[in-house]
Write a protein that binds this ligand. Structure first.
Ligand SMILES: [Zn+2]
Length: 481
């Protein structure tokens, strides 16, 4: 069945299709935002595998830095103990959400630390790193020096606080020598930034100012990887975190580029777009490696139109979602709540409504009614030899228009439901048996396509429908809430 369904053909099947999520900062437990990015990446990974493509899908945790050391201290743990606990929580959540990643990388892995050390040596020897003094506006909340252009009303927009002026001896990574090259690569889509509005945003940023060199080390932060050429400094987030995308491929930081590089799709939230589109790409250019193929940027999840915060009391808990809606219900709500790429607004009421309408009353009800009716068929229904996915669906999947692809599947489901209401096959059985057979077989064939198309999104449900079609029976797919 899968063989026959290789409708979408990939031009480059030579290397595995490499998909990454960001590695998540291990200063707290995973939340709905992490789940959102990771489920989306999982959908693309599963869709590629369905076509027979070899896939490498990686995720992980970013585990160094002052903020983590502080958090550990507050909990009376040493930093390693603390991040071990956080990493475990992430891995458990991915298991519950049916995430099919191949690698979970942690920046405290010995192999990763070794690569970072090797790369820092390489960059220093090459003259890409120099000792400087960095003066900047430092947001303690972000643990980042901010540029004026990042601030809103003089304040860090993420933390609503005025950053402090800070001067510090620091090693710097040269940025400007690749600025023009980077602009060209983005303009030509060699580095494809999607949705396209984000491409425009980055281009106008890059054309509007000379990039500042990046501070890549800190003094007085013990919880980090020491610079091999000056052990009084530890490396600051950039080199350490971004290199995960290479070390996860088994690279040693010295020899040739790993064969699976470049990444085909790197998923990121819009808050980390700029650093991924500039610092990470320039780091690659310093190494002499190709840039990322596609940086796919998604928006944030809002709750009742507002950013989630404990103070507002509008935090949507991913654990509660899983308890209420189950794995596939949660995956569905994350991907269907708005246009993927844009901000998405969720509320508990709307999620419940959508779950009941689309899954329990829609898909679940259709499957159980049709299977019940199919008991009255003369001769079994045999699933066909292959499934032809619709070309709009394929196109959406290729363009990572995930919510639109899902809408197409559910539109088909609604059509099948309407067809059933029109034809009223329950009145036809034994009366106009020929017509009854035709109607039921049409809907069963539709269900096959629906199940196949749902596979990347709702893997468990798709499997249940496919099994039910073979066996002629099923338990209810979704309990109404
Ligand atoms: Zn901040």
């Amino acid at each position: 069945m899968v063989e026959e369904s290789k409708i979408y053909v990939y031009m480059e099947a030579k290397k595995p299709f490499f998909i990454t999520t960001p590695i998540y900062y291990a200063n707290g437990l995973p939340h709905i935002g992490h789940a959102y990015t990771t489920v989306a990446a999982d959908v693309v990974a599963r869709a590629k595998r369905l076509t027979g493509q070899e896939v490498i899908f990686s995720t992980g945790t970013d585990e160094h830095g002052a903020k983590i050391a502080e958090k550990a201290l507050l909990e009376g743990k040493n930093p390693q103990e603390f991040v071990d606990g956080i990493a475990k929580a992430f891995e458990e959540l991915w298991k519950r959400l049916d995430i099919s990643h191949d690698h979970f990388i942690r920046t405290t892995d010995a192999q990763h630390k070794n690569v970072v050390t090797n790369v820092l040596t390489f960059l220093y020897d090459k003259g890409a790193i120099y000792k400087g003094e960095y003066e900047g506006l430092y947001c303690v909340g972000c643990e980042q020096f901010k540029m004026e252009s990042d601030l809103v009303g003089g304040k860090c927009p993420d933390h609503n606080r005025i950053p402090e002026k800070m001067v510090e001896e620091s090693y710097m990574l040269k940025m400007t020598e690749y600025q023009e090259a980077l602009i060209q690569k983005i303009e030509s889509d060699e580095l494809c930034i999607r949705p396209v509005k984000y491409k425009k945003e980055i281009l106008s940023f890059l054309k509007g100012q000379k990039l500042e060199d990046i501070s890549l080390s800190r003094k007085n932060v013990a919880w980090g990887i020491p610079l091999p050429f000056d052990e009084t400094h530890t490396t600051y987030v950039w080199v350490d975190a971004f290199l995960n995308y290479l070390t996860v491929l088994g690279w040693d930081g010295k020899s040739e580029m790993p064969q699976t590089w470049p990444a085909d799709v790197q998923f990121i939230g819009k808050d980390i777009l700029r650093v991924h589109a500039t610092i990470w790409q320039i780091l690659l250019l310093h190494l002499g490696f190709p840039v990322t193929k596609t940086l796919f940027t998604h928006g944030h999840i809002l709750s009742g139109g507002k950013k989630m915060s404990k103070t507002l009391g509008n935090v949507i808990s991913i654990d509660e979602m899983l308890e209420t809606f189950g794995v596939d219900g949660t995956r569905y709500l994350l991907l269907s709540g708005g246009t993927f790429g844009e901000d998405m607004d969720l509320t508990p009421e709307r999620m419940k409504e959508k779950y009941n309408a689309d899954l329990a009353n829609g898909l679940g009800n259709l499957v159980s009614r049709v299977l019940k009716l199919s008991e009255r068929l003369q001769g079994r229904y045999e699933p066909g030899p292959g499934v032809a996915l619709s070309s709009p669906y394929i196109e959406c999947m290729e363009n990572i228009e995930l919510s639109q692809a899902l809408e197409l599947v559910f539109a088909r489901m609604k059509q099948a439901n309407e067809y059933m209401s029109q034809e009223e096959p329950w009145k036809l059985a034994g009366v106009d048996q020929e017509r009854f057979e035709k109607v039921i077989r049409v809907i069963l064939a539709d269900l096959e396509i629906i199940a196949f198309s749902l596979n990347p999104f709702l893997p468990e449900t798709a499997k249940k429908i496919q099994t039910a079609l073979r066996e002629g029976k099923t338990d209810p797919l979704f309990q109404r809430i």
